[in-house]
Design a protein around this ligand. Structure first.
Ligand code: NI
Length: 183
């Protein structure tokens, strides 16, 4: 296991579409995921996509912090998705705060679909098919965007709400607590 270096906005690997994983059960994919899990934990992040660690493959990991999942009777497990595909299940969007480990120190208000379905393959080669709402839907959309070379500022409709985290105290809507994790 190893903590990997995280690419920052501006690095070409974050702008390019990632490639499909040919064999999700391959040992090198398991090693990559183990290193990504360690890297995410070390950075105290909510999610991480392989391009963020300079690997242009369609692999993402995420978890939903307990504080964002309190009312869910079926808590979202720590998720490892290989070759994920996200499909919106509604046209309704919600704007909420997001951070990204590749855009350190910043936070932005990003519209995302409220409800999505995502399909992927697990490390064991088994199909994953889930419906996600709220923060779960948001983090899945954020991570899968990384696989298309898209960072959250590109999704923003009001760039005046792209700001440094240490300025959040000027905003009285609780955004600093809401977005304590980066993705
Ligand atoms: Ni991110």
């Amino acid at each position: 296991m190893a903590i990997l270096k995280i690419a920052k906005m501006g690095h070409p690997v974050l702008r390019e579409p990632a490639s499909e994983v040919a064999d999700p059960t391959a040992p090198e994919i398991r090693r990559l995921v183990e290193d990504m899990l360690e890297t995410m934990a070390d950075a105290d992040g909510a999610g991480l996509a392989a391009p963020q660690v300079h690997v242009p493959l369609r692999v993402v990991i995420f978890h939903v912090p307990k504080s964002r999942d309190e009312e869910n009777p079926n808590p979202v497990p720590l998720s490892v998705l290989i070759n994920p595909v996200v499909e919106p299940l509604t046209e309704d969007t919600e704007v909420d705060w997001e951070g990204c480990l590749s855009v350190p120190g910043m936070i932005g208000a990003v519209p995302r679909y409220n409800k999505v379905r995502y399909r992927a393959v697990s490390l064991e080669g088994k199909p994953i098919d889930r419906v996600a709402e709220g923060f779960h839907a948001r983090v899945a959309q954020h991570e899968c965007d990384h696989l298309e070379g898209t960072l959250y500022p590109q999704r923003m409709e009001d760039l005046s709400l792209l700001m440094f985290r240490d300025q959040m105290r000027y905003h009285a809507d609780g955004a600093s607590e809401e977005a304590e994790k980066e993705e």
